[in-house]
Design a protein around this ligand. Structure first.
Ligand code: CU
Ligand code: CU
Ligand code: CU
Length: 435
C-alpha cells in the first residue's frame, strides 16, 4: 500500500477491485458512500498503515485547509480526470504524530504466565500548581497533576500506555528501572529509541513489567527543565512475584517523591536547564512545607516509605525511630541495615521499613539544610510530620487545624489494587487562572 497513490486508494474504494486490477470480490462503494467519506477513509488507511501516498497523492479540499499551499497546484495542461478533482497535498503529516511501539516478544511474555494486560492513558497537560505559600510554578502535568498518577502493576503484567501530548512542547516517557526486555523502542529516549512526541501527537508504549520494585516514570526530553523544574514525574510500583517476609508485614505504604524548583523560571515554559541555575524551593510530592501533609500512623503499624529522588537529592531523616533500609532502586538488599539518615540521590529509590513503636508527633525532614527553607524562609521545603493517632495536639501545634488528605503519600491508592490512580489533591489549575 505504501507505494500506491492516494488516488489509487480512492479509486479502489469507490470503484472496487476491478478499478485497480484486483478481484471483483472487493465491491465498489460508489453510491454507497460519498466522495468525502471515501477520502476520509483514504486518510484513515494511511494513518493505520503509517504510510504516505506515492506520487500523485491527492486529498480533498477539507485536508487542504489544514495544510495550505503544501504543494503546487496540478499542472493545468493535464487532461481532465473522471475522478473528482482535488488539490495535491500530503495525506498524512510526516513525522511522529501517532506512533505505536512494537509489542513485547512472545518469549518474554511466556516467562510470566500469570501476567495480566494493563492498559492506561497518560496525557501531558499544561498546568500551574501551588508549590509553597505564595509560590506557583507552571508545570507539564501528567493527567493534570503533580506528582503524576500512580501506576501500580504486578511483575510480569503486560503494560500498554497511550501517551498523549496535549502541551505546546515535545515530550516522551521513560520508565525508569524497567528493563524493556525485547521492547527497547518503548524506553522513551528522544533521538535514541523514538522521536519525541510533538504537540498533539501520541505514542503507545508497550512492555512487560519484568523488573519489580519502586520504579518511576519521567519525561526524557531536556530533563534539566522537564524533570528538574516542571514536575514531569510519577511513581511506577511493580509488586514482586515473591515479596520478602518483611514486605508482607507492611500495614501502611507511602511514596515520597523529592524535587526542587526555580522561582525565577517558574512562570514560563521552555526556559531553564542551565547548570548554573539555582533551585530555591524543595518539595515532597510537589509541595513544600507547610503545604505537605502529615503521615498518620498507629502504634504497631509497619510503615514502608518509598523514597524517590525525582529531580532532587535528599538526606531523609525521621525523628524518634531508626528505619530499616530494605530496598535500593526497587531491589531487596541482601543485608538490610538500620539508619537514621538515609541518603537519596537524583533518580535513586530507597525503600525503608519502620516499626511505629514510639507514639508521638515527629518531625521528618530532608537533612540537606538548604532544602528545608522556602527560598530562604525557615521552616519549609521537604519536610513533613509523622502523627501517631491518639496523641493530643497542643494549640500551638503548627498543623493543629490542617485539613487532612489521607492520599497525599499515595497510601489509599496503593491499597486499591492494580491500575492507574489519579489523585484530585495533586491536580493543577489552568495556567493563569489561579489567584
Ligand atoms: Cu517533557
Ligand atoms: Cu531516569
Ligand atoms: Cu531534625
Amino acid at each position: 500500500m505504501g507505494t500506491r497513490s492516494d488516488q489509487d486508494l480512492f479509486n479502489a474504494i469507490t470503484g472496487g477491485g476491478p478499478a485497480v486490477g484486483k478481484s471483483a470480490l472487493m465491491p465498489p462503494w460508489r453510491g454507497v458512500i460519498d466522495d468525502e467519506l471515501a477520502w476520509a477513509l483514504v486518510r484513515h488507511l494511511r494513518k493505520l498503515s503509517r504510510t504516505e501516498g506515492g506520487a500523485g497523492g491527492v486529498v480533498p479540499a477539507a485536508a487542504k485547509e489544514a495544510a495550505p499551499a503544501a504543494q503546487p497546484q496540478a499542472a493545468p495542461q493535464q487532461p481532465a480526470q473522471p475522478q473528482p478533482a482535488a488539490p495535491p497535498a500530503p495525506a498524512v503529516a510526516p513525522g511522529p504524530m501517532d506512533v505505536v511501539a512494537p509489542p513485547p516478544p512472545a518469549k518474554v511474555k511466556r516467562n510470566f504466565p500469570e501476567g495480566k494486560l494493563r492498559e492506561f492513558e497518560i496525557r501531558v497537560e499544561e498546568r500551574e500548581i501551588e508549590v509553597a505559600p505564595g509560590f506557583r510554578a507552571k508545570v507539564w502535568a501528567f493527567n493534570g497533576q503533580v506528582s503524576g498518577p500512580l501506576i501500580h502493576v504486578r511483575q510480569g503484567d503486560e503494560v500498554k500506555v497511550r501517551f498523549v501530548n496535549l502541551s505546546s512542547m515535545e515530550h516522551t516517557i521513560h520508565w525508569h528501572g524497567m528493563h524493556q526486555q525485547g521492547t527497547w523502542q518503548s524506553d522513551g529516549v528522544p533521538g535514541v529509541t523514538q522521536q519525541p512526541v510533538p504537540p498533539g501527537g501520541s505514542f503507545l508504549y508497550h512492555f512487560i513489567a519484568t523488573r519489580p520494585g519502586t520504579l518511576w516514570y519521567h519525561c526524557h526530553v531536556n530533563v534539566a527543565e522537564h524533570i528538574a523544574i516542571r514536575g514531569m514525574w510519577g511513581p511506577l510500583i511493580v509488586d514482586p512475584l515473591e515479596p520478602t517476609p518483611l514486605e508482607k508485614e507492611v500495614t501502611k505504604d507511602a511514596i515520597l517523591m523529592f524535587s526542587g524548583w526555580n522561582s525565577q523560571l517558574a512562570d514560563r515554559f521552555g526556559v531553564g536547564g542551565h547548570p548554573t541555575e539555582l533551585r530555591d524551593y524543595f518539595s515532597i510530592n510537589g509541595k513544600s512545607f507547610p503545604l505537605t501533609q502529615p503521615l498518620r500512623v498507629r502504634e504497631g503499624d509497619v510503615v514502608r516509605l518509598r523514597l524517590i529522588g525525582a529531580g532532587a537529592n535528599a538526606a531523609f531523616h525521621l525523628h524518634g525511630h531508626d528505619v530499616l533500609v530494605t530496598h535500593k532502586d526497587g531491589l531487596p538488599l541482601e543485608s538490610p541495615y538500620w539508619a537514621d539518615v538515609v541518603r537519596l540521590e537524583e533518580g535513586e529509590r530507597i525503600d525503608v521499613i519502620v516499626r511505629m513503636d514510639n507514639p508521638g508527633i515527629w518531625m521528618t525532614h530532608d537533612h540537606v539544610d538548604g532544602h528545608v527553607t522556602n527560598s530562604g524562609k525557615d521552616m519549609g521545603g521537604s519536610m513533613l510530620i509523622f502523627e501517631y493517632e491518639g496523641i493530643e495536639k497542643p494549640d500551638w501545634y503548627v498543623w493543629k487545624d490542617k485539613p487532612y488528605d489521607p492520599n497525599f503519600y499515595y497510601s489509599e491508592s496503593l491499597k486499591a489494587g492494580y491500575g492507574l490512580f489519579e489523585h484530585p489533591g495533586f491536580q493543577g489549575a489552568e495556567p493563569g487562572t489561579a489567584r
